[in-house]
Structures are given as C-alpha cells and as structure tokens.
Ligand binder design. Structure first.
Ligand code: HEC
Length: 216
C-alpha cells in the first residue's frame, strides 16, 4: 500500500469509529442509561491502566474464559460438546517434564503452596510466583487458615499412591485444571506459566512425598 492509501484508509477507519461512537452515545442518551450500549469490556478498558507488570492486555479473555463466561460463570450449563472440546484441547497441550521426573522437593513445594504473591502490579517482576494452593485447599493438619474452594487434599499421596497414572493425572491437573473440568476455578499453573517446571515438581512432591506434611 502506498503512503497516501494508508493515510486515506486510516482516515476512513477513524471516521467509521467516530460514527460508531456517535451512534452508541445517541442510543445511550435516548435510553436514559449511559451504560446501555457500552460493553463491559469498554468500561474495563476505559477505567483500567497498565500498572507495573499488571497490563490491561490481561483483560483479553482466552477462548476457555470466553466460553465459560457465557455459561458456567453465569450458572448456565455449558453444552456437553463445548466442555468436552475445551477439556480435550487443554489435555493435549499439557507439557510433561522432559526428564520424566515428576517429583521435586516437598519443602520448597510447601513454601510455594503458602505463597500468594506474584503477578500483581506491586510484585517485583522476575521473582518466582507463589501457587497460593492453601488459599483454596486444605492440605495440612492444624492450620486453620486453609481455604475450601477446592477439594480437601490432605493425605493426597497416602490415599492415591505414586503410580504413573497418579503422577500424570496430578501433573496435568496442576498444569491446566480445565483439562478435567472445562470451567475449573483452579489457575492453570503450567499453561499460563504461573509456576516453572521445577516449582510444579516441588508442589507435586508436597502432594505425593510420604514425608511431606500433606501425608502425615
Ligand atoms: C483459586 C482456587 C485454587 C487454587 C489457588 C488452587 N486450586 Fe487446586 N483445585 C481448585 C478447585 C476448585 C479444584 C476442583 C476441581 C475443579 O473444579 O476443577 C481443584 C483441584 C485440584 C486437584 C485435583 C484434586 C482431585 O481430587 O483430583 C489438585 C491435585 C489440586 N487442585 C492441586 C492444587 C495445587 C498443588 C495448587 C497450588 C499450586 C492448587 N491446587 C491451587 C481450586 C484451586
């Protein structure tokens, strides 16, 4: 495209946009509700700004979030085929540890499970994130500050053992829980690079090592 053509098309786009905005405003004024024709996304983009590592681009939904916003998050049952497709897609994208070792250091895993820091505007970029597992799961005895959003994981390893199927399932669960429940509330720790591979191994050890407090 020539420079002139580019300028003309940019001007045309600007006019079209202005036209849209004008029509919206008119409709909103007519209805008496200024938000009537403003999408939720418009409001978010208008009122939020990049701050530290928390960028407005995070507001862009993934396909899964978009689908779940239409159904599960509104209390509407997602069509079976849509849910199955999301789960299969998530499972197919799980990256298992290259060296075949699933279990790291449970002591490091406990620190990760207790740590709710990371990815916030006020957190220092580059510092490893926490997993905040205890905010949602009961995992260890005698700690009253554990959450109940997720299932009770106390005695996880003791009850399930350390067989290959358990290792693979647990890894995939932590990597991307939507592989098993399309609209899971559990953060996709691997898929969204919240935890590193080593950190995932450490929380795996916390869940499965017989000496970890989870299994006492
Ligand atoms: C925001 C809440 C939340 C956080 C944080 C969270 N989980 Fe979960 N987790 C859940 C929910 C809810 C489920 C139940 C399954 C579902 O609905 O997807 C679950 C399921 C699981 C399961 C499967 C349990 C089973 O019975 O098979 C494992 C294992 C697990 N979480 C481990 C972890 C670990 C390890 C962490 C931290 C790295 C963590 N979770 C952080 C909410 C959370």
């Amino acid at each position: 495209m020539t420079k002139l053509a580019l300028m003309v098309s940019a001007a045309l786009a600007a006019t079209l946009l202005a036209g849209c905005a004008g029509a919206r405003q008119q409709a909103a004024e007519a209805s008496g509700n200024p938000f009537a024709t403003t999408s939720f996304e418009d409001i978010l983009h208008h009122d939020f700004a990049d701050k530290g590592q928390a960028k407005v681009s995070r507001l862009k939904q993934t396909h899964t979030q978009y689908e779940c916003s239409k159904y599960d998050y509104l209390g509407v049952k997602m069509p079976e085929a849509t849910a199955k497709a999301i789960e299969a897609g998530a499972l197919a994208h799980v990256v298992y540890p290259a060296d075949g070792q699933y279990l790291g250091d449970w002591k490091a895993g406990l620190k990760i499970a207790e740590n709710g820091k990371g990815m916030q505007w006020s957190d220092k970029p580059g510092v490893p994130n926490g997993g905040n597992c205890l905010a949602c799961h009961h995992m260890i005895a005698n700690d009253p500050s554990q959450g109940t959003i997720g299932p009770d994981l106390y005695h996880y390893g003791k009850l399930r053992g350390e067989g290959q199927a358990v290792l693979k399932y647990t890894w995939a669960r932590v990597y991307d829980s939507s592989a098993f429940n399309a609209c899971s509330f559990m953060p996709p720790f691997g898929a969204h690079k919240i935890l590193t591979e080593q950190q995932m191994k450490d929380v795996m050890a916390l869940l499965l090592n017989p000496h970890s407090p989870v299994n006492q």
